[in-house]
Design a protein around this ligand. Structure first.
Ligand code: NAD
Length: 454
């Protein structure tokens, strides 16, 4: 569902007119197709000093088959770059940021279409010295600004790599690959923290969920249906859940990907038990639960009645707490295994609030609070808990928004377009991968670096 402006301004006469008039031209984003190479050109890797993470980054990219060239202040690039990775994790003084500017500038200039910029830093909270913390925090401002300046589908993201995880290429591989790949087409300007984790060997990066059992709620249509397709493509045995009234479309989604359909209202008191029972039918334990089911009942706060308030909080938040409680009980057959994954769908409304959505924003902000708290509680069981916060995604839900408001939501981001449901699916699958064991308690916006919800 590419929108009309993006289609028109990328071909024939429409393109010529748009260029002449200086109209915004949203790029056609490169998206993942089964078996696609990680990068479609060379990557440049540079660092401040020796850079404890640069060597791992180089090894990870080279292992994918891509060419890696050195990024230095003197480098010139013969070919367009597909990506630049800059390890600034060793920077401790503001002076050192000049080295970043001098090296990263020419490399960013040499980026081709859908180019990737990845800056690597040390979490400022780990540093006692104020100048060191300031230097590292500056990386966020730099990365977010580059994200806003890039055109032609380029993205810029920041990996905070905890000191204990620096130099561990196993823990870095899945996050680095996600942000380099076309799976992160609609993710820009975002920081993600990577810590230590127990990472199994990954033999097949195209099917990282092979053999895993995953439950996806709200999967009869929209984002949930697309999450289910991405999980099936990645090799998972999928159970799709939706309300009985959506049974027909749920069956269609399930049949299309060889999944099991479970008609269930997630607010039912026994929803957790019924999910666990369905899991026990297809496998041993549950590997991944994706809480995607969600509703909106928009009204200004002062006009929101008890029913609109309660139903949104119940479907979007309370149901997750209830189901998690059952699925996390080790004595429940078909419950979540140790080392498993919980991924919740939040929203940028839950970060920035939204006019007419106090109930929805409460529920989505609540999801973020839940994820942060539960990730700590479950660290001992190696269960990771993360959330994805979509921005404007082209779905039936957003197609109903009045045209003028819809155009604002769609264009007010660095990529000048709405995201596709698949973009949310890819981000959720990234959190679900075994290789993402070092990523927990994170909230990743899939919003094209939207100015809304900021
Ligand atoms: P959608 O309305 O198209 O799909 C939601 C699905 O959840 C539907 O199939 C619905 O039947 C199901 N569902 C609703 N209540 C349920 C219940 N009680 N039990 C089981 N299933 C239930 O919405 P979407 O746009 O695909 O959104 C999916 C998720 O993404 C939601 O959590 C939504 O809040 C979130 N989100 C969407 C956007 C966007 O732009 N579309 C932006 C931010 C967040």
């Amino acid at each position: 569902m590419t929108d009309t402006l993006t289609k028109l301004t990328n071909q024939g006469l429409g393109k010529t007119v748009a260029v002449r008039l200086g109209l915004p031209r949203p790029a056609l984003l490169r998206r993942y197709a089964e078996g696609q190479d990680l990068l479609d050109g060379p990557a440049a890797v540079g660092s401040i000093g020796d850079g404890p993470v640069a060597a791992s980054a180089t090894a990870i990219i080279a292992a994918s088959g891509a060419n890696v060239v050195a990024a230095t202040a003197d480098s010139t690039y013969a070919d367009k770059l597909a990506a630049v990775v800059y390890d600034a994790s060793g920077a401790r003084t503001l002076d050192q940021l000049e080295a970043l500017r001098a090296t990263l500038g020419p490399a960013v200039k040499a980026l081709g279409k859908n180019g990737r910029v990845i800056v690597i830093g040390t979490p400022p909270a780990e540093l006692d010295d104020p100048e060191a913390a300031a230097t590292q925090q500056a990386l966020e401002g730099i990365t977010r600004s580059i994200g806003k300046e890039l055109r032609a589908g380029g993205t810029a993201n920041l990996l905070w790599v905890a000191g204990e995880a620096q130099g561990d290429s196993a823990v870095l591989a899945a996050p680095l690959r996600f942000f380099l790949s076309s799976r992160s087409a609609y993710v820009s300007g975002q920081p993600v923290l990577v810590r230590e984790g127990e990472i199994p060997d990954v033999d097949d990066w195209h099917h990282p969920l092979a053999g895993e059992v995953a439950v996806i709620t709200g999967a009869a249509r929209g984002i949930g249906a697309e999450i289910a397709k991405v999980f099936a493509r990645a090799g998972a045995k999928v159970i799709v859940v939706d309300i009985p009234a959506a049974g027909e479309s749920l069956a269609k989604v399930a049949n299309g990907i060889g999944a099991t359909a479970l008609q269930l209202d997630v607010t039912a008191a026994d929803a957790g038990e019924r999910i666990a029972a369905a899991v026990a039918q297809v496998g041993d334990r549950l590997d991944v639960i994706v809480h995607n089911a969600g509703i909106t009942r928009d009204k200004m706060f002062v006009n929101t009645d008890e029913s609109r308030w309660g139903s949104v909080l119940d479907v979007n938040l309370q149901s997750q707490l209830r189901m998690n409680k059952v699925l996390l009980d080790p004595s429940v057959a078909g419950g979540l295994r140790d080392g498993g994954r919980i991924v919740s769908v939040a929203s940028i409304s839950g970060i920035g609030g939204n006019r007419g959505q106090s109930n929805y924003a409460a529920s989505k902000a609540g999801v973020i609070g839940l994820v942060r708290s539960l990730s700590q509680e479950l660290a001992d069981r190696r269960i990771t808990v993360n959330a994805v916060a979509p921005g404007f995604i082209e779905t039936e839900m957003t197609a109903k928004i009045p045209l003028a408001t819809r155009e604002v939501g769609r264009r007010l981001n660095s990529l000048l377009q709405g995201g596709q449901p698949v973009d949310v699916g890819e981000a959720i699958a990234f959190f679900a991968e075994p290789g993402s064991a070092g990523v927990t308690g994170q909230v990743l916006r899939v919003c094209g670096q939207s100015q809304l919800g900021a």
